[in-house]
Design a protein around this ligand. Structure first.
Ligand SMILES: C[S@@+](CC[C@H](N)C(=O)[O-])C[C@H]1O[C@@H](n2cnc3c(N)ncnc32)[C@H](O)[C@@H]1O
Length: 213
Protein backbone atom coordinates (compact mmCIF):
# COMPACT_ATOMS: atom_id res chain seq x y z
CA UNK A 1 0.00 0.00 0.00
CA UNK A 2 1.44 3.39 -1.02
CA UNK A 3 1.78 6.00 1.74
CA UNK A 4 1.59 9.78 1.26
CA UNK A 5 5.37 10.01 1.90
CA UNK A 6 6.12 7.43 -0.80
CA UNK A 7 3.74 9.24 -3.16
CA UNK A 8 5.55 12.55 -2.48
CA UNK A 9 8.89 10.93 -3.36
CA UNK A 10 7.52 9.70 -6.67
CA UNK A 11 5.99 13.11 -7.44
CA UNK A 12 9.39 14.68 -6.73
CA UNK A 13 11.07 12.21 -9.08
CA UNK A 14 8.64 12.75 -11.95
CA UNK A 15 8.09 16.54 -11.66
CA UNK A 16 11.36 18.05 -10.44
CA UNK A 17 13.45 19.52 -13.27
CA UNK A 18 16.78 17.72 -13.62
CA UNK A 19 18.64 14.98 -15.41
CA UNK A 20 16.80 12.05 -13.77
CA UNK A 21 15.86 9.48 -16.42
CA UNK A 22 12.37 9.09 -14.99
CA UNK A 23 11.54 12.82 -14.96
CA UNK A 24 8.46 13.31 -17.14
CA UNK A 25 7.84 15.99 -19.76
CA UNK A 26 5.07 18.37 -18.77
CA UNK A 27 3.99 21.37 -16.75
CA UNK A 28 2.77 20.03 -13.41
CA UNK A 29 5.09 21.37 -10.69
CA UNK A 30 6.18 19.36 -7.66
CA UNK A 31 3.98 21.56 -5.42
CA UNK A 32 0.92 20.99 -7.59
CA UNK A 33 1.70 17.27 -7.87
CA UNK A 34 1.91 16.86 -4.11
CA UNK A 35 -1.41 18.69 -3.67
CA UNK A 36 -3.02 16.52 -6.36
CA UNK A 37 -1.98 13.40 -4.43
CA UNK A 38 -3.71 14.72 -1.31
CA UNK A 39 -6.81 16.00 -3.11
CA UNK A 40 -7.33 12.63 -4.83
CA UNK A 41 -6.59 10.70 -1.63
CA UNK A 42 -9.12 12.73 0.40
CA UNK A 43 -11.80 13.04 -2.27
CA UNK A 44 -13.45 9.64 -1.86
CA UNK A 45 -13.71 9.65 -5.65
CA UNK A 46 -14.25 6.39 -7.53
CA UNK A 47 -14.56 7.52 -11.14
CA UNK A 48 -11.98 10.09 -12.20
CA UNK A 49 -10.84 11.65 -15.46
CA UNK A 50 -7.88 13.73 -16.54
CA UNK A 51 -8.20 15.65 -19.79
CA UNK A 52 -4.69 16.56 -21.01
CA UNK A 53 -2.13 14.00 -19.82
CA UNK A 54 0.98 14.95 -21.80
CA UNK A 55 3.96 13.14 -20.14
CA UNK A 56 1.80 12.00 -17.22
CA UNK A 57 3.05 14.16 -14.34
CA UNK A 58 -0.38 15.14 -13.00
CA UNK A 59 -1.95 11.79 -13.96
CA UNK A 60 0.69 9.94 -11.93
CA UNK A 61 0.06 12.29 -8.97
CA UNK A 62 -3.73 11.79 -9.06
CA UNK A 63 -3.34 8.01 -9.51
CA UNK A 64 -0.96 7.88 -6.53
CA UNK A 65 -3.61 9.67 -4.46
CA UNK A 66 -6.22 7.08 -5.43
CA UNK A 67 -3.73 4.31 -4.61
CA UNK A 68 -3.17 5.86 -1.17
CA UNK A 69 -6.96 5.97 -0.66
CA UNK A 70 -7.21 2.31 -1.70
CA UNK A 71 -10.03 2.87 -4.18
CA UNK A 72 -10.92 4.74 -7.36
CA UNK A 73 -9.68 4.72 -10.95
CA UNK A 74 -8.63 7.47 -13.33
CA UNK A 75 -8.73 7.58 -17.11
CA UNK A 76 -6.31 10.00 -18.75
CA UNK A 77 -7.53 11.36 -22.08
CA UNK A 78 -5.13 12.92 -24.57
CA UNK A 79 -5.19 12.89 -28.34
CA UNK A 80 -1.43 13.66 -28.63
CA UNK A 81 -2.18 15.53 -31.85
CA UNK A 82 -0.70 18.83 -33.08
CA UNK A 83 -4.00 19.63 -34.79
CA UNK A 84 -5.88 19.54 -31.47
CA UNK A 85 -3.18 21.51 -29.63
CA UNK A 86 -3.29 24.24 -32.29
CA UNK A 87 -7.08 24.57 -32.36
CA UNK A 88 -8.48 27.94 -31.26
CA UNK A 89 -6.68 31.21 -30.62
CA UNK A 90 -3.38 30.49 -28.83
CA UNK A 91 -1.92 33.23 -26.57
CA UNK A 92 1.34 33.75 -28.52
CA UNK A 93 3.68 32.48 -31.22
CA UNK A 94 6.01 30.76 -28.71
CA UNK A 95 3.11 28.62 -27.48
CA UNK A 96 2.20 27.77 -31.08
CA UNK A 97 5.79 26.72 -31.82
CA UNK A 98 5.88 24.55 -28.69
CA UNK A 99 2.95 22.51 -29.99
CA UNK A 100 4.26 22.40 -33.58
CA UNK A 101 7.66 21.05 -32.47
CA UNK A 102 6.33 18.56 -29.88
CA UNK A 103 7.33 14.87 -30.16
CA UNK A 104 3.86 13.48 -29.40
CA UNK A 105 4.85 9.80 -29.66
CA UNK A 106 7.74 10.16 -27.19
CA UNK A 107 5.48 12.07 -24.78
CA UNK A 108 2.78 9.40 -24.95
CA UNK A 109 5.45 6.70 -24.40
CA UNK A 110 6.74 8.61 -21.32
CA UNK A 111 3.25 8.71 -19.80
CA UNK A 112 2.43 5.03 -20.41
CA UNK A 113 5.92 4.06 -19.19
CA UNK A 114 5.41 6.02 -15.96
CA UNK A 115 2.14 4.22 -15.20
CA UNK A 116 3.97 0.87 -15.47
CA UNK A 117 7.14 1.96 -13.68
CA UNK A 118 5.21 3.21 -10.66
CA UNK A 119 2.88 0.18 -10.49
CA UNK A 120 -0.24 2.21 -11.27
CA UNK A 121 -1.74 -0.06 -13.98
CA UNK A 122 -4.72 -1.02 -11.78
CA UNK A 123 -5.52 2.63 -11.08
CA UNK A 124 -4.68 4.62 -14.22
CA UNK A 125 -5.06 4.16 -17.96
CA UNK A 126 -4.67 6.43 -20.98
CA UNK A 127 -6.91 6.69 -24.01
CA UNK A 128 -5.83 8.60 -27.12
CA UNK A 129 -8.91 10.57 -28.12
CA UNK A 130 -10.09 14.14 -28.39
CA UNK A 131 -11.55 15.11 -25.04
CA UNK A 132 -15.00 16.21 -26.15
CA UNK A 133 -15.39 13.05 -28.26
CA UNK A 134 -14.45 10.75 -25.36
CA UNK A 135 -16.91 12.60 -23.09
CA UNK A 136 -19.80 11.19 -25.10
CA UNK A 137 -18.91 7.67 -23.82
CA UNK A 138 -19.49 8.73 -20.20
CA UNK A 139 -23.05 8.59 -18.81
CA UNK A 140 -24.61 11.70 -17.34
CA UNK A 141 -23.57 12.33 -13.71
CA UNK A 142 -20.96 9.57 -13.69
CA UNK A 143 -17.71 11.37 -12.78
CA UNK A 144 -16.59 12.20 -9.24
CA UNK A 145 -13.36 14.08 -10.00
CA UNK A 146 -11.93 15.66 -13.14
CA UNK A 147 -8.66 17.47 -13.84
CA UNK A 148 -9.00 19.53 -17.01
CA UNK A 149 -5.61 20.49 -18.45
CA UNK A 150 -6.06 20.25 -22.22
CA UNK A 151 -6.28 23.06 -24.75
CA UNK A 152 -6.92 26.30 -22.81
CA UNK A 153 -8.17 28.48 -25.67
CA UNK A 154 -11.63 29.98 -25.19
CA UNK A 155 -13.06 27.91 -28.04
CA UNK A 156 -11.87 24.55 -26.70
CA UNK A 157 -12.18 25.25 -22.95
CA UNK A 158 -15.84 26.25 -23.44
CA UNK A 159 -16.50 23.20 -25.61
CA UNK A 160 -14.89 20.95 -22.97
CA UNK A 161 -17.08 22.60 -20.34
CA UNK A 162 -20.21 21.94 -22.42
CA UNK A 163 -19.36 18.27 -22.94
CA UNK A 164 -17.93 17.38 -19.50
CA UNK A 165 -20.16 19.37 -17.11
CA UNK A 166 -23.24 17.13 -17.65
CA UNK A 167 -21.06 14.07 -16.91
CA UNK A 168 -20.15 15.34 -13.42
CA UNK A 169 -21.86 13.76 -10.39
CA UNK A 170 -24.03 16.09 -8.24
CA UNK A 171 -21.24 15.95 -5.60
CA UNK A 172 -17.96 16.22 -7.45
CA UNK A 173 -14.59 17.97 -7.77
CA UNK A 174 -13.32 19.92 -10.80
CA UNK A 175 -9.61 20.80 -10.90
CA UNK A 176 -8.86 23.40 -13.55
CA UNK A 177 -5.43 24.40 -14.87
CA UNK A 178 -4.29 27.78 -16.17
CA UNK A 179 -7.19 29.49 -14.41
CA UNK A 180 -5.25 32.78 -14.66
CA UNK A 181 -5.41 32.81 -18.49
CA UNK A 182 -7.87 35.38 -19.92
CA UNK A 183 -9.01 32.72 -22.42
CA UNK A 184 -10.19 30.49 -19.54
CA UNK A 185 -12.52 33.00 -17.88
CA UNK A 186 -15.61 32.25 -19.96
CA UNK A 187 -15.32 28.50 -19.26
CA UNK A 188 -14.79 29.14 -15.53
CA UNK A 189 -17.96 31.24 -15.50
CA UNK A 190 -19.85 28.26 -16.95
CA UNK A 191 -18.38 26.05 -14.23
CA UNK A 192 -19.59 28.39 -11.49
CA UNK A 193 -23.04 28.73 -13.05
CA UNK A 194 -23.27 24.91 -12.90
CA UNK A 195 -22.91 25.13 -9.09
CA UNK A 196 -19.16 24.58 -8.67
CA UNK A 197 -17.58 26.94 -6.13
CA UNK A 198 -13.91 27.77 -5.77
CA UNK A 199 -12.49 25.82 -2.81
CA UNK A 200 -8.73 26.14 -3.36
CA UNK A 201 -6.33 28.26 -5.36
CA UNK A 202 -3.08 26.44 -6.12
CA UNK A 203 -0.14 28.02 -4.27
CA UNK A 204 1.46 29.16 -7.53
CA UNK A 205 -1.77 30.82 -8.64
CA UNK A 206 -2.20 29.05 -11.95
CA UNK A 207 -4.60 26.25 -11.02
CA UNK A 208 -7.71 25.99 -8.87
CA UNK A 209 -10.05 23.44 -7.35
CA UNK A 210 -13.84 23.75 -7.57
CA UNK A 211 -16.42 21.57 -5.84
CA UNK A 212 -20.17 21.19 -5.64
CA UNK A 213 -22.56 19.15 -3.54
C1 LIG B 1 -0.69 21.33 -20.86
S1 LIG B 1 -0.58 19.73 -21.49
C2 LIG B 1 -1.04 18.74 -20.11
C3 LIG B 1 0.00 18.78 -19.02
C4 LIG B 1 -0.09 17.70 -17.98
N1 LIG B 1 -1.39 17.61 -17.35
C5 LIG B 1 0.99 17.87 -16.95
O1 LIG B 1 0.71 17.73 -15.78
O2 LIG B 1 2.14 18.12 -17.27
C6 LIG B 1 -2.01 19.65 -22.53
C7 LIG B 1 -2.24 18.30 -23.18
O3 LIG B 1 -3.56 18.31 -23.71
C8 LIG B 1 -3.61 17.61 -24.91
N2 LIG B 1 -4.76 18.14 -25.68
C9 LIG B 1 -4.92 19.37 -26.21
N3 LIG B 1 -6.13 19.50 -26.77
C10 LIG B 1 -6.76 18.31 -26.59
C11 LIG B 1 -8.05 17.82 -26.94
N4 LIG B 1 -8.94 18.59 -27.58
N5 LIG B 1 -8.38 16.57 -26.59
C12 LIG B 1 -7.47 15.77 -25.94
N6 LIG B 1 -6.24 16.18 -25.58
C13 LIG B 1 -5.89 17.44 -25.90
C14 LIG B 1 -2.27 17.84 -25.56
O4 LIG B 1 -1.92 16.78 -26.43
C15 LIG B 1 -1.32 17.96 -24.35
O5 LIG B 1 -0.61 16.77 -24.11
Amino acid sequence: MTTIDQADEIVLAVCEPGPLPWQLPGWCTTDKGKRLVRIAAASGAERCVELGVHGGRSLVALALGLQVAGHGKIEGIDSYSAEDCLEGELPDEATRQTWVAMDYEATYAAATGAIKRHGLEDVASIIRMRGDVRALDYPSGSIDLIHVDGNHTELVSCRDMTTWLPRMAPKSTWIADDTNWPSMQKALGMLQRAGFRLVEKGSEGYWSVYARG
